[in-house]
Design a protein around this ligand. Sequence first.
Ligand SMILES: C[S@@+](CC[C@H](N)C(=O)[O-])C[C@H]1O[C@@H](n2cnc3c(N)ncnc32)[C@H](O)[C@@H]1O
Length: 359
Amino acid sequence: MNKKITTAFEAQRQACEMLGSPLTRDVVGFCADNFAANGVIAELVRGWQGDPLNDNVPLRLAGFAHYAALRGDGIAAFYESCGGRYQDTDRAALAGALVDLFTREEKTARRFLRSAPQTNETGRAAMLLLGFSEIAKRLGLPLRLREMGASAGLNLFFDQFHYRLATDRGDMDWGRADSPLSLVAQWRGTPPALADEIEIASRRGCDLFPVNIADADQRMKLQSWVWGDMPDRRARLLAALEIADIAPPEIDRADAAGWVAAQIMARPSGQATVLYHSIVWPYLNVSQRFAIESAFAQAAEEVRSDAPLVWLKMDGRELGTIAQLSYRIWTGANGPEGEEVILGPCHPHGRDMEITAPF
Ligand SMILES: C[S@@+](CC[C@H](N)C(=O)[O-])C[C@H]1O[C@@H](n2cnc3c(N)ncnc32)[C@H](O)[C@@H]1O
């Protein structure tokens, strides 16, 4: 087990280096050193029940340090997210502060380590937008949004963000120019014109571990998973929270396997039901996937044109693989198979997309 934990630390340290977070790289590195020296980190994670790599043990430790900083612990001095700063010359001071924090707060840290890292990446809305727009243009109905694996549900507000999209046809702008959240992404290929407006009938999501943004502690935990020296990602998260705060989304605590069926079987007329997800499929086991596919097969048997059904995915089969944006649409006139449209592969965080559908 010790070997597995050591391997997990090294893999995470390298990932942080590659992804441009020297602070998280060093937090993980110092935790690894302390673990090897049988310090407080070894007390906390020795004998971990599970796979330390899959369970993201190093990121849970780094998440706790950031959470403590956000709550006002002195370690905040190293976190840009808290007005602090970290540079190479601070390495010894950071190492000392970490040992001190984990020693003082061992009990709180132990509780924190039980929760898996949980982010809600609003950048993905810059990919999903193309799907929502195509669906709205085709069906001409308000969208009844249903998101499985919604986390805090921030992408349910995609229509209230502003987008700046660099495309082969030149730059495109979409959304509210005065939105607190402006997303920048690249759409390679030749996108179609976007819907002028997308009307939303209702928004609802589910998650095994929903984040309640009205709860101060859960809100802080959500922030703690965004690395403390990544100001752009943090700014995006805070802006999306500001939007969602106006009418917080309803996120049911539920397994997608049963929830999807309940949401798509009975559909109100005059609305297009859009069940969607981003980077959730790899987390589902075979029977959960089968339950969702069966629910769609059953719902697709009876689709009327006044209550169409769409399954929009920004997802891959496995974690770490490229995601694909696609949708299957049942209009009431195209039979139980419906029609599948593959829009193209995209970056899993929503940085860019290759539009392969012919427009
Ligand atoms: C990588 S996160 C993606 C969150 C969000 N879709 C986004 O794009 O930011 C995966 C989410 O799926 C949720 N999840 C995993 N298995 C699930 C299940 N069986 N039912 C519902 N949610 C699930 C997790 O709790 C987590 O919030």
